[in-house]
Design a binder for this molecule. Structure first.
Ligand code: MIC
Ligand code: SF4
Length: 644
């Protein structure tokens, strides 16, 4: 029986476990990446492991999220990461060099390799045929130390692309179509593998847009084959030496099969407040808009910018609209300057921002009250833009630019004929903003520079025999990590200070939660389906850990967050019978008498609601390794014991 592309890469990297679907497998990781908002914690954890030099083929630390620097905190974090990187063998991409996923694709990604990154959009690398997975910072720290990265061997879904996109219909519309069809839960426990004739019609940046936003499906990762198109891209980056041809076998067997006919797609938008709330631009109609933001790791490639420049050429941004543009990398920005695209964008009245995440993570450019903002980004969760009642629509750069000029949501097909947009045969290559690490000998003399905002990893405790605690919070379905641990300009600077950031935990849902949880000492959170979707931020587990949360009982979990909870020693429980969710209220006392024993044996725990006088069960499927992690009180303690 033939193998899928994902299976080939998985198979070549399995170092632990049986290669059986649904079972936990340990993978050898070739490359890692971190960004600054998750990176400080990841490096604090790496330091705690006591390993001198990273044991990967390449590890890169990027600064792209916290670049506003409205206080000393961000700059201190940058300095800390720069010094840790220098000391431990990690390449350092300086602020200004670009968004981690864009730069990694340009300068480091390689077909057939494994990459984990402490950012949920790491699957961008799937655009060049690498198996790139988003993970918590601690998992990345372990991989940097040479430890395996564990996933449940996922189902492999084949998305067969046929036909060719019509003019002004974009790669963004392909992933929006998939989100429309299978929802933000549709990819959980699955790898999405693209095949078919339509693949050849898509350039690497277009493929990367699709794999990037596959994160919004909840998928483990997404991947395209590595073919001639990949080779052309890598050649243009001066990196053809890393190219290998990679594709599924002809007789590969997939768990699911979905066909998308590219020629039938039309421009679409994900409406507030979920990436799967997708409608066609026609269906939404001529809606007046207040803001347009173009950029983010989904749509900030040179190809995107060339299209935007073409649409804006000789025009003026509508007087009622503010347009912000953040090119994805220094390379992109530089080439826009060289080929004149930048001046067209500036001339039209765009507010050009630095090459960083910026508005995508609420770092500036929050829309006006109730403002309608079109964004080429990947997430439109409530409040993420920094304006609580902001209405964010996710669209392609083509829709964004055309609408910025029109002043209302508009279909770019109204622009008439579309020219052919081509990538250059050679990109402008200058890696001067990537600092190389010190040699292992010199590394001993490198001092790690810490600021006063950089605090330690919170204390964890080994698993207790029993647990009795109150329900400190009850939330509904599709809770995102932006609900659990909001980001934005005010809170992001606290990422290396868990006691301080914890004060904002769940602020969007219930401002009293942090104080309540702290005063209870230990407590339990109750939630609905797809709990913890979205980002990889382990802070969404570390803040609850600091606040004394011992277990989270929900209908279902998103993958990375569940792992982050386990890593933090918090027990992720799922209702055996979802109807039991309705029987619990805030403040109820829940008691699990044989907590440890049941977790370690059957994985099903019996919970007494002593307030209501009811009894129910919840399950927690744990591999043998996960049990050990939980017994130790988390992955950090476990790793200290096991990874020498
Ligand atoms: C995001 O897009 O939500 C982020 C900010 O990039 C996060 C990482 C973080 O919270 O630092 C992600 O996607 O993992
Ligand atoms: Fe940055 Fe936004 Fe991409 Fe997250 S989704 S990595 S915040 S650009």
């Amino acid at each position: 029986m033939g193998l899928t592309l994902a299976e080939k890469i998985l198979k070549a990297h399995v170092v632990d476990g049986n290669f059986i679907k649904g079972e936990e497998i340990g993978l050898k990781i070739d490359q890692t990446l971190t960004q600054d908002a998750t990176g400080t914690m990841a490096y604090i954890e790496f330091e705690a492991m006591g390993i001198d030099q990273v044991r990967t083929e390449r590890s890169v630390a990027y600064i792209d999220h916290n670049t506003l620097q409205s206080g000393f905190e961000n700059a201190d974090d940058h300095r800390f990461i720069a010094s840790v990187a220098k000391k431990h063998g990690i390449y350092y991409s300086r602020p200004g060099n670009g968004i981690c996923h864009q730069v990694h694709l340009e300068r480091f990604g390689a077909p057939g390799k494994t990459l984990i990154g402490s950012d949920s959009h790491t699957p961008t690398g799937g655009g060049i045929g690498m198996l790139a997975i988003g993970a918590g910072g601690l998992d990345v720290a372990v991989a940097m130390g040479g430890g395996a990265y564990y996933i449940t061997y996922p189902k492999i879904v084949n998305v067969e692309l046929v036909g060719k996109l019509s003019p002004w219909v974009a790669a963004k519309d392909v992933i929006l179509e998939l989100l429309r069809r299978i929802s933000v839960k549709g990819g959980v426990g699955k790898i999405i593998e693209y095949t078919g004739e339509g693949v050849k019609t898509l350039s690497v940046p277009e493929r990367a847009t699709i794999t990037n936003m596959g994160a919004e499906l909840g998928a483990t990762t997404s991947i395209f084959p590595s073919d001639d198109v990949t080779l052309t891209f890598l050649k243009a980056q001066g990196r053809e030496d890393v190219w290998t041809s990679m594709a599924a076998d002809d007789d590969a067997v997939y768990d699911e099969h979905i066909v998308i006919d590219l020629s039938t797609l039309e421009p679409m938008a994900a409406c507030p407040h979920s990436p799967d709330n997708v409608k066609s631009i026609k269906e939404i109609g001529k809606m007046k808009i207040d803001q347009v933001c173009i950029g983010s790791c989904t749509n900030s490639s040179l190809l995107d910018m060339l299209k935007v420049a073409y649409i804006l050429d000789g025009k003026t941004v509508h007087p009622d609209v503010s347009l912000a543009v953040s090119p994805g990398s220094k390379q992109v920005l530089n080439m826009m300057a060289e080929n004149g695209a930048l001046s067209k964008i500036i001339d039209a009245g765009a507010r050009v921002l630095e090459s960083a995440c910026g508005p995508c993570i609420g770092m500036g450019q929050s829309p006006n009250s109730k403002g309608i903002s079109l964004r080429t980004f990947n997430r439109n969760f409530e409040g993420r833009s920094g304006t609580k009642d902001g209405q964010v629509y996710l669209v392609s750069p083509e829709v964004a630019a055309a609408s910025a000029v029109a002043g209302y949501l508009c279909d770019p097909r109204e622009l008439g004929n579309m020219p052919e947009f081509k990538l250059p045969e050679k990109f402008t290559i200058n890696d001067n903003m990537i600092t190389l690490p010190a040699s292992p000998e010199d590394a001993k003399n490198v001092e790690v520079l810490r600021g006063p905002n950089i605090k330690e990893y919170p204390k964890t405790e080994p698993l207790a025999d029993s647990l009795t605690a109150d329900c400190s919070l009850k939330v509904g379905d599709n809770i995102t990590t932006d609900h659990i641990m909001p980001a934005g300009a005010k809170i992001l600077p606290l990422r290396s200070n868990i006691p301080a950031i914890s004060k904002h935990c769940f602020a969007v849902c219930d401002e009293q939660f942090p104080d309540r949880a702290l005063s209870l000492g230990k407590s339990i959170i109750v939630g609905g389906t797809n709990y913890g979707q979205g980002s990889s931020r382990e802070h969404a587990a570390l803040a609850p850990l600091y606040l004394g949360v011992k277990a989270v009982i929900v209908k279902s979990f998103a993958r990375i967050h569940r792992q982050n909870l386990i890593n933090a020693g918090i027990i992720p429980l799922e209702f055996t019978n979802e109807a039991d969710y309705d029987t619990i209220d805030l403040g109820d006392t829940l008691s699990i008498e044989n907590f440890k024993e049941e977790l370690m044996n059957s994985g099903v725990v019996t919970i007494k609601n002593t307030t209501k006088g009811t009894v129910f069960t919840a399950k927690c499927d744990l591999s043998g390794r996960m049990k050990d992690v939980i017994r130790c009180g988390g992955l950090l303690e476990y790793t200290k014991e096991n990874l020498k």
